[in-house]
Design a protein around this ligand. Structure first.
Ligand code: SF4
Ligand code: SF4
Length: 404
């Protein structure tokens, strides 16, 4: 086994097209600073001999390539979501057939896609200490996501979230097609970033102003009981307006890095807000940094990493892209504190997946995972799903009786 310099990142990264001469000069000067780095200061990576077996290659890759680790975790979580999706389709096939086809249990993980219901469950739990039995896993998943964000910054967005994975794949595709992304200028970027906080404020205030009777009325309403079924039907019977909205979001995500996550996702806003509490931060050693700005150029969250000693931004998703491209040894890393040891990508990946699984596992072990709705009740509700009792408006549901 030997080590070799990491490939010159100036060449390996596709940089945004530069138009200003001053930017070209800065780029050339950064390149020259990297070339002049004494060999002892350059970051080196282990090279596996061609004769090494697949296990050894995998081991070195997992140990030294945070992006490989992250993509593996993202793929595993995306597959889990696909599995949940397939199970839900089979459950719906059973429900829509009136029970004629084989019964497939509704996957509780589907509740992870009901953020408003989970937010209402969270307030109900905080106010009463009760984890409701209508969508218990929705609350547990929300608590797992918040715990990951409090401990490990917005790592959920870049390591686990299936929408984040899709969003990242789309802008990488756009970069492949056009050779660049078309990110808005800074003066427009800041107000656009505020949109997701406005959406969070809207949903947050709607939930915060609900008293306990309103929360209970929503949680036990016919609408909430089948909120996951309604979501399924929304995607199956997509209206023209919904189709074009999704199309605009998809096209926007191809052209603009993190279009949905950066500007519109209220969940991301919530996680960004609590991520301030995280003790883990990307940390730059200013005394060895050569100010090449490669970290800043690689950052999908457009954070000026090269000017920070500790990255505190609510936009940091702990994606390790900046760490990967830094050409100088011991200069940029994820750390608990300035003086602590760097956290390798594979350790961080284990922490992200581990914390998420620990909280959801605790929910399962304590009986807060499967809901209390019986098969007969699901059959009855799916049969009458188009009646007005299953509508809602901003958390307000139609009045219902004990037999509804
Ligand atoms: S600062 Fe680094 S870890 Fe944080 S989002 Fe930017 S590239 Fe990713
Ligand atoms: S921390 Fe950023 S600016 Fe400093 S050497 Fe590393 S990549 Fe270059």
């Amino acid at each position: 086994m030997r080590t070799e310099e990491i490939p010159n990142p100036v060449r390996s990264i596709t940089l945004e097209p530069v138009t200003l001469t001053s930017e070209r000069k800065a780029h050339a000067s950064a390149r020259s600073r990297i070339r002049k780095l004494p060999p002892g200061q350059r970051r080196r990576r282990t090279v596996v001999p061609a004769s090494a077996g697949w296990f050894e290659r995998l081991r070195v890759r997992l140990q030294e390539d945070p992006q490989f680790v992250r993509s593996t975790v993202q793929a595993a979580f995306a597959l889990l979501c696909v599995w949940i999706g397939v199970e839900f389709v089979l459950f719906m096939r059973w429900g829509e057939s009136g029970g004629a086809t084989a019964f497939v249990r509704r996957p509780p993980g589907a509740e992870g896609f009901l953020p408003i219901s989970a937010l209402i469950s969270l307030k109900y739990w905080l106010s009463t200490g009760i984890i409701n039995e209508i969508h218990p896993s929705g609350l547990i998943i929300l608590l797992a996501i918040i715990t990951v964000s409090v401990l490990l910054k917005k790592a959920f967005c870049s390591w686990l979230c299936p929408i984040g994975t899709l969003s990242e794949s789309l802008w990488l595709l756009g970069k492949k097609i056009f050779g660049r992304t078309f990110d808005p200028p800074r003066w427009l970027d800041y107000p656009l970033r505020g949109l997701k906080y406005l959406l969070l404020l809207f949903f947050g205030l709607s939930v915060l102003t609900m008293g306990i009777p309103d929360l209970r009325a929503f949680i036990y309403s016919p609408y909430n009981k089948v909120a996951d079924v309604k979501m399924y039907l929304f995607f199956v019977d997509l209206t023209a307006a919904a189709f074009w909205t999704l199309a605009v979001l998809a096209i926007g995500s191809v052209l603009i890095k993190g279009f949905w996550c950066r500007y519109l996702c209220p969940y991301g806003a919530l996680l960004g807000a609590v991520s301030w509490l995280s003790p883990f931060k990307i940390t730059r050693n200013a005394s060895t940094c050569i100010n090449c700005e490669l970290c800043t150029k690689a950052c999908p969250a457009r954070i000026a990493v090269h000017t920070a000693t500790r990255v505190r931004s609510d936009e940091c998703m702990s994606c390790y892209r900046c760490v990967d491209v830094c050409p100088v040894k011991d200069t940029l890393s994820m750390k608990l504190s300035r003086r602590s040891r760097p956290i390798p990508g594979w350790v961080f990946g284990i922490l992200v997946a581990g914390v998420f699984m620990a909280v959801t596992g605790l929910g399962m072990l304590t009986g807060h995972w499967h809901n209390s709705i019986s098969q007969a009740e699901y059959l009855r509700r799916i049969r009458t799903i188009n009646t007005p009792i299953y509508q809602h408006f901003r958390g307000h549901v139609p009045a219902y009786g004990p037999n509804d």
